[in-house]
Write a protein that binds this ligand. Sequence first.
Ligand code: CUA
Length: 363
Amino acid sequence: VFAPVMSLAFMGKALAEDAQRWAVNMPKGVTPVSNAIYDIHMIIFWICVVIGVGVFAVMFYSMFAHRKSKGAVAANFHENTTAEIVWTVIPALLLIVMAVPATTALLDVYDTTEAEMDIKITGYQWKWQYEYLGEDVAFMSELTTPEEEIYNTAPKSQYYLQEVSQALVLPAKTKVRFLITAKDVIHSWWVVDLGVKKDAIPGLVNETWAYIEEPGIYRGECAELCGKGHAFMPIVVNVLPKEEYNAWLAKKKEEVAAERELAKKTFTLDELMAQGEAAYNRSCASCHGSNGEGIPGVFPGLKGSAIATGDVAAHLDIVVNGKAGTAMQAFGGQLSEVDLAAIITYERNAWGNSTGDLVQPLD
Ligand code: CUA
């Protein structure tokens, strides 16, 4: 008896010590909602522990105490009122104990009223766009850790540590409402520490919110299978104290203003070609090929195509608004005006048999 009891005790101790490192329990998170969810989880967990221990104790006791019985007759509880009352009232009470906090938390999860700021989140294959509504600030956030590096060097537990081009920056102690949608297929915006997981569905805007108590960096992933890059669609939320957030926002607005100024300038063909080639390789080449030949049978080539040789406005329309029913995304919200103009200029002059088609950003 001694050996198994001791080894169980050691296992229990090791589990308790390592619980944090192994993350065997759900994390508590940093919002009132995530804390409420954690508390419900623990209430239900302990109820299950008590029931489990009770049931197994009775079972093992019966097996041990009556191990030598032969030809025993089962006890008969038929129409025993006391037993029926006990096994109805106890589960009913347990359900009430679980349902009250669960319902309260659920109502809280859906209460997006009185938010102090709104962030629109749009899922794309395979990146997120964050728009600070009313602030005129928007940017894409995509994986910058090379996929090969993740596959080849990181142990699986570090898939978690995928870096992005630009984190979603939020102020602490502020009620932030998230308006979540998608432009191509269904994604899901999921950050465990915020207690938030919400589907991003094309043509529909889902709402949720967070009041983040602690500044820090919180990580998540897309949680809806969305194609080849699903495992590489990380979310990084950088929560700053309010004053630092305000300083960040002011700086970001200056950057936007500077970009606007830049778009007013008149570009030369050489300038647009150089910028267009770089932007094309970043945003278009993965489907249309770095040489404009596309992927035969899958993605159309642009070299000498009707798009690249035809009307500029029609060409621009496809790039800005995408093409319904195909994998061609709308790049209007993703690329700056200068990049859009440069890409069109580049595609027409490199593969449209044109020498000198020039599309200025503000045209
Ligand atoms: Cu986006 Cu999975």
